[in-house]
Unconditional design. Structure first.
Length: 100
């Protein structure tokens, strides 16, 4: 989960700047350490939930960082244009146990 704003590290912006246009493909020429996309402090909440897109299947373990991360506006628009909106509205947490 990201807020729009200036980020400290440009790994995500660098990745998003390479997205192909909608319907196009891109051959990846280099490796990227996924760790570079995560913050240095790894505090998080964990809960059992479901997928955000149909069929919204249960049994998904979500891990959500406690501190929001940031993404700049331009790369976010590029990502939204390529991927579309794939999130459903926030659901009641019902009897789910949230662990910190």
């Amino acid at each position: 989960m990201y807020n729009v704003g200036k980020q400290e590290d440009s790994a995500l912006s660098s990745l998003l700047s390479t997205l192909p246009a909608n319907g196009k493909t891109l051959k990846v020429e280099s490796d990227m350490e996924l760790e570079t996309l995560l913050p240095k402090v790894h505090h998080y909440y964990r809960y059992n939930g479901s997928l955000t897109t149909p069929p919204c299947s249960e049994g998904v373990r979500w891990i959500v960082l406690t501190d929001p991360q940031f993404v700049e506006q331009k790369p976010l628009v590029s990502l939204s244009t390529t991927m579309g909106n794939n999130a459903r509205p926030i659901q009641d947490h019902n009897a789910r146990l949230i662990l910190k």
